[in-house]
Design a protein around this ligand. Sequence first.
Ligand code: PEP
Ligand code: MG
Length: 578
Amino acid sequence: MSVWLSGVGIARGIAIGRVHKITSGDLDIPEYALEPFEVGDEIKRYRSALRRARGQLKDVKSRIPEGTPGEISEFIDSHLLMLEDKTFSVAVEDLISDRGVNAEAALKVQRDTLIGVFERMEDAYLRSRRDDVEHVVQRIWRILLKHDKPLVPKESGGDGASVVVADDITPADVVLLHRQGIAGFVTEFGGPLSHTAILARSLGIPAIVGMHGARRLLEDGEPIILDGHAGHAIGGPDRHALAFYQHRRQRDARYRRMLARLKDEPAVSKDGVEITLQANIELPSDAVAAAEAGATGVGLFRTEFLYMNREAPPDEEEQFLAYREVIAAVDGPVTIRTLDLGADKQASHTRAGSPTVVNPALGLRAIRLCLQERDLFRVQLRALLRAAAAGEVKIMLPMISNVYELKQSLTLIADVKAELQREGREFAADAQIGAMIEVPAAALAAHWLARDAQFFSIGTNDLIQYTLAIDRVDDEVNYLYDPLNPAVLQLIYTTIAAGRAAGIPVSMCGEMAGEPQYTRLLLGLGLTEFSMHPSSLLEVKRIVRESDISSLRATAQGLIETSDPDVARSVIETLAAA
Ligand code: PEP
Ligand code: MG
């Protein structure tokens, strides 16, 4: 009999294979007292487990396939850093000797303390980092208990490939399992923001998280279908379900092959409107994926990732080299966003010791933080302006909420330029400076901001969050996150119109720009520049090439007047099918 299970789909695609259950977290942790003379040997046993854990992770790192997004080795590095940290070495050794208990038990005490700290954090992203602690602890336990055989299932290829079903999977194991060619994976725990989820998306492995009871309800070795988009799995499917999903998988593969052929085709609509399709990237190494998707430049380089997971911010030279690397790797203009730290993107070195804020998304983040931490900002601006001399670079300021912040930033940039000039350094005197429109106040003031900004880029992720007053990382209010809310559409349209009236380009770099279902709507609203995750680019290009923009305008602009998002949704469906 078939069993249907659902969870949160985190990486698209259909996987058909056989259940391979693994239990990474179900270890029985022994706890016993040591005789005083045993303590020294126990500490040695623990140290050797730490060494072995480091060795395993370095091995995983060396096996990361070429062309894999840089963030993947960053995850492994963050686990390596934890293993080097005193919280895992000295603190656990002290517990072994102070309490006279075995290494596994001492590690359990330390784990509970650390997890407690993470769970009390306000910020959902940081809370989700508790998974990293858990993964590192599990690795050490497995070694101590000699349970550290790789979690690698036997492959038989085709529809017999393994679909791993686990309580949880570490990012390092995702890399290994990917190398083994698993078809997909399901975990009982973990959320869509976890590093494991991000990795699955980057590697294109169909996956579902939060599928409670999966290990109990699915039988080892039984056939399984996993739909990573819808977030459901069918254990023991009947032949009709199998035939249906095999057909869908083939259709998806055919569709992807067709899209790949569009890579070098122009993004021009049927009625001859040229549309710019660019990529959003997070690390210099992501520029490769952008080029492979046929992006004509980078519309958003999120620089804050250069600042995260480290003790001190990167210095001018390090940033200069990172920006230069991106500029050299990208064929086309590169829009580099200045530091957008704060809220869900924290770095331990900025404002360490400042009081915990109740609403970090409304707090000192992005340009607000930069205008207060001027030294930090100046270093970035110097590096940016210097690197910009090597190509076509635009500098984009995040979370501008009033004209004053824009003017202050421009004054600071002029000051930094004058300083570089005095030092006789090479820099881009004419790099364009633009504002992100991601706060409702900025959208409403766009006609004023357009007097000073040389371009706009609409950040719908935050614009929707702030317009609808919903925390974008809070699962409980996710259902309210609606790009089609008429208030959101009006703000988008107002921004596009203000840009057009002032003669400055307007781009969109929030997730909405990469959602194919909204492409026609945005084209009809007059958007001509889109920046998105490289994986969406070819599909959006297909829609652009099949659209007659002049015929979309009336319907799209009519939607602005629609008060009911459900009506808007049905119009969108009609547009999408046009
Ligand atoms: C946005 O807010 O839409 C955006 C692109 O910025 P981020 O997602 O980095 O906040
Ligand atoms: Mg934003």
